[in-house]
Design a protein around this ligand. Structure first.
Ligand code: AP5
Length: 216
């Protein structure tokens, strides 16, 4: 099974892909997390990507497609994967179609999460993340057990470099120009769902699980 999570920054793609991945027993493949790990490891690719990410711009299609290809070839993806933040351009979607065609795993569903810009800015500016394990928290909606400390590994939580309001607004502009056209690309495909991202985390995850269950 391959599932795709589309949506602007901060709409909850990562939150929902993680929950669904745990329910289905398949990995969440987040290109943002893969790139942030490369930045932490100070690889050549990570150093190239960092500048773009900090500015709220997209990393080049070729780099990201290469990373996804490598990630999907790992054995934990044998049963499928949930793609979070990929594809983000039409070129990436076309390349993904080629990868899927060559594999034995079908594209089962595409979930697009919809949310207005002001709620997005509120959500992202109140997000806190673990710099070690990438766990995601929110100052109101998902607090860690101990303030400012990751539940998984006790690291101090941080604000992502690209979560400052002016960068978030740039990411929204980039989303509209480069990624929103993916809705038109996928919306007539079998298994395409549009989800209202203003509901609670649990309401959304239940809705997605129900819709996917109906695919048979
Ligand atoms: P990436 O990390 O993918 O960032 P993004 O798409 O901008 O998505 P976010 O991680 O900001 O948000 P999300 O939708 O996952 O929301 P979340 O669940 O965290 O990419 C970062 C950068 O890497 C890009 O800008 C680009 O430079 C590069 N990149 C990545 N992929 C690329 C690609 N394919 N091509 C080129 N470049 C690429 O939720 C947000 C907050 O809200 C959290 O605090 C959460 O707890 C809270 N929350 C979630 N759901 C709810 C809810 N229902 N109610 C209340 N709060 C909620």
């Amino acid at each position: 099974m391959i599932g795709i999570f589309l949506g602007a920054p901060g709409t909850g793609k990562g939150t929902q892909a993680k929950i669904l991945g745990e329910k289905l027993g398949i990995p969440q493949v987040s290109t943002g997390d893969i790139l942030r790990q490369a930045v932490r490891d100070k690889t050549v690719l990570g150093l190239k990507a960092k500048e773009k990410m900090d500015a709220g711009e997209l990393v080049s299609d070729d780099i990201v497609i290469g990373l996804v290809n490598e990630r999907l070839a790992l054995s934990d993806c044998n049963g499928g994967a949930l793609l979070d933040g990929f594809p983000r351009t039409i070129k990436q979607a076309e390349k993904l179609a080629g990868i899927i065609e060559k594999s034995t795993k079908p594209l089962d569903f595409i979930v697009n999460i919809d949310l207005d810009d002001e709620t997005i800015v509120e959500r992202i500016t109140a997000r806190r993340v673990c710099p070690v394990c990438d766990a995601v928290y929110h100052l109101k909606h998902k607090m860690p057990s101990k303030e400012g400390i990751c539940d998984n590994d006790s690291s101090d939580l941080i604000i992502r470099e690209d979560d400052k309001e002016e960068i978030v607004r740039e990411r929204l502009r980039v989303y509209r120009d480069e990624s929103a056209p993916l809705i038109g690309y996928y919306k007539n495909s079998d298994g395409y769902f549009n989800i209202d991202g203003s509901k609670s985390v649990n309401e959304i995850s239940d809705e997605i699980y129900l819709l996917i269950g109906k695919l048979g």
